[in-house]
Design a protein around this ligand. Structure first.
Ligand SMILES: [Zn+2]
Length: 267
């Protein structure tokens, strides 16, 4: 039996619930309003909702905002009301930038064409972790983040302190936990792949590769994912924005390097 590193977080469940329509103009950020108009010109029916924070954190607070209904007629950004004003601006801007990368720049989400052919573990690729992302979701997220942080800062003068803080916290928490993993957890391939992808992002965005390298020799799956991400996403940045086709090739090649059949996925 495989054991998850972390389980589905109640925070995700909470924030997925319906929120209340929110006027982003009330935050007093012209930069955010400009970004919202930019995103709205590419995404129809875009809505922003605020969700009451019921104080459910389960030790982590990765999910402060979430994008639901991507590809539907009403994609909606939901965020917790407990965030400070400037963090609300950052959180909403972050999700708007994800939408722009998908709809304006063609960096689409990855989906499985059919259940992973390995059989009993067929849901492992899309199984959600405590931070609300599956391995597939994390691959797309990390590729986006390598561009998104600079995009927000350079084009809209909006920082990503919240994202960087949560990334740092996640990495430290994983380092701490990694010394205590059970045998089953050390064999939980998708979870360790996902952590490797996050660690790569941590090293690239925060420039702290030493911390990641110190982790490399501890777990095979973790090391494999860090190296695959370095190989295929290592050059990603705002100045080197991938084309939709090169991005697709990079994502599928990364999945192949992790041992999956590229034909099983579509973007
Ligand atoms: Zn993100």
């Amino acid at each position: 039996m495989r054991v998850r590193l972390w389980s589905w977080s109640a925070v995700v469940t909470q924030i997925l619930q319906t929120g209340i329509a929110f006027d982003i103009g009330s935050l007093g950020s012209r930069e955010l309003v400009r970004l919202f108009h930019e995103a709205s010109s590419y995404v129809q029916g875009l809505a922003v909702e605020i969700v009451r924070d019921q104080g459910i954190h389960h030790g982590m607070e990765k999910i402060m905002a979430i994008l639901v209904g991507i590809g539907s007629s009403m994609p909606t950004i939901r965020f917790l009301d407990s965030l400070e004003r400037e963090k609300q601006v950052e959180a909403i801007a972050h999700e708007l930038a994800h939408l722009l990368l998908i709809h304006r720049f063609g960096l689409k989400l990855i989906r499985q064409k059919r259940p992973y052919s390995a059989g009993p573990e067929q849901n492992s690729l899309t199984r959600l972790s405590h931070n609300g992302f599956s391995l597939l979701g994390q691959i797309g997220n990390t590729a986006h983040h390598l561009i998104l942080v600079d995009y927000l800062r350079e084009r809209h003068a909006i920082g990503s302190d919240l994202h960087c803080r949560l990334l740092h916290r996640h990495f430290l928490f994983f380092c701490y936990r990694s010394h205590m993993l059970t045998k089953e957890a050390r064999e939980d391939m998708e979870s360790l792949y996902r952590e490797g992808i996050i660690a790569f992002e941590y090293g690239k965005i925060l420039g702290r590769f030493e911390g990641v390298r110190n982790m490399l020799y501890q777990m095979d799956f973790f090391r494999k994912a860090v190296r695959a991400a370095e190989t295929h996403f290592g050059k990603y940045c705002l100045e080197a924005l991938p084309t939709p086709s090169s991005y697709e090739e990079d994502v599928l090649s990364l999945l192949r390097d992790l041992g999956y059949e590229r034909e099983d996925f579509v973007l």
